[in-house]
Design a protein around this ligand. Structure first.
Ligand code: SF4
Ligand code: SF4
Length: 356
């Protein structure tokens, strides 16, 4: 079944929120930051972190394009079928490979958009595995069944032992389709079955299939262990589907989720929830401390969220793949802003789920 999009990208709708500058203006509106929500940086300073520094770069997360076959309501990338311009070039991917070849970075985490739609995707995965790197693909599942040219992706992933990380907001059609588009749940189940059929999520195969849960509204995710048990039970019972782990991710107040918060009049109450749930125990484990995020045009960021807000790394001499210098980057100050409260709320949130 083809997906019926429920929305278009902010850019296609010429929304003010498609501008990172405008989003930052909302997040930093003085009337709310001073009175209601203390600045995130000050909050860390009060805990003794004058600046937040990386531990060491271990994950190279590349956003290889904003093109996607879906237009999910909560997307922080503002991805969609209309984002055809922003695709990482072969030249920039080659720069990535030469950096990876000369570094001890263990993991290449490929995201998008739907990363598989970049014409260089398979070649790049093959080259990364030749370098002995662990590869993660953030796959939206439906791309596997979207077009015959993607039907063999499960075999391709298995051949290269790619870890597949896939969003599935819930084990029901109503909640999934509401967030991701009509028909997404049905196609996701088909794709999960195809992944299971080649060994993904099955014990003893070493083929890891992890699912991502994120809340469908202005609330924080529940307990990860409890939700994982429930997802496993329901997906097995209803569809005979197996997977390895469930990662719970908090929606950060940026891009299309910020639009939802503003339009539903939930922005202030959601920020209040995030600020109230601030957990100092998550700070040392924040993903920006061991990750470098690369944009489709080769610029470097502390994380995918900072990338979408166009907050580049502070290390002036190493801001692009061409000038990549691990020593300089390991000494940079991480750029913090009000959206960072989303990573430190409750049990914390990262691309690998809960932090503490
Ligand atoms: S959330 Fe993922 S699948 Fe959905 S539009 Fe964004 S990039 Fe595409
Ligand atoms: S959004 Fe999260 S991962 Fe990114 S810089 Fe802020 S705290 Fe770190």
């Amino acid at each position: 079944m083809s997906i019926k999009q429920r929305t278009k990208s902010l850019q296609a709708r010429s929304s003010e929120l498609s501008s990172a500058f405008f989003q930052l203006k909302v997040l930093n509106g003085q009337e709310v930051v001073d009175e209601k929500f203390p600045s995130f940086s000050n909050r860390l300073q009060n805990l003794g972190y004058q600046t937040l520094k990386p531990s060491q770069i271990d994950i190279f997360q590349i956003n290889i394009g904003k093109l996607c076959n879906q237009t999910c309501a909560h997307c922080h990338v503002d991805a969609g079928p209309d984002r055809k311009e922003e695709n990482m070039s072969r030249e920039n991917l080659e720069l990535c490979l030469s950096i990876l070849k000369n570094s001890n970075i263990s993991t290449v985490d490929i995201t998008g958009g739907a990363p598989e739609m970049n014409p260089n995707f398979r070649w790049f995965v093959e080259e990364c595995t030749k370098l002995g790197k662990k590869v993660i693909d953030r796959c939206n599942l439906t791309i596997i069944v979207a077009n015959p040219k993607y039907h063999d992706l499960p075999e391709f992933f298995a051949k290269h032992k790619v870890q597949v990380v896939s969003s599935l907001p819930y084990f029901s059609k109503t909640r999934t389709d509401k967030q991701r588009g009509d028909g997404v749940f049905e196609d996701s189940i088909k794709a999960l079955k195809m992944l299971n059929a080649v060994g993904y999520g099955k014990e003893g195969t070493g083929l890891e299939l992890n699912l991502v849960y994120n809340p469908s509204g202005a609330f924080l995710p529940g307990d990860q262990a409890g939700l994982q048990t429930e997802f496993k039970r329901q997906l097995k019972r209803k569809f005979d589907i197996d997977f390895n782990q469930l990662f719970c991710i908090t929606n950060l107040p940026i891009s299309r989720f910020l639009e939802y918060l503003l339009e539903s009049n939930n922005y202030e109450s959601y920020m209040e929830k995030l600020v109230e749930a601030f957990n100092p125990g998550t700070v040392d484990g924040l993903m920006c401390r061991n990750t470098i995020s690369v944009g489709w045009d080769g610029y470097l960021y502390d994380c995918d969220f900072n990338q979408m807000l166009e907050l580049k790394v502070t290390s002036k001499d190493s801001m692009h793949l061409r000038d990549f210098n691990e020593n300089i980057l390991n000494n940079r100050n991480i750029v913090l802003n009000q959206h960072c409260y989303g990573c430190t709320a409750g049990a914390g949130s990262s691309c690998g789920g809960e932090i503490s």
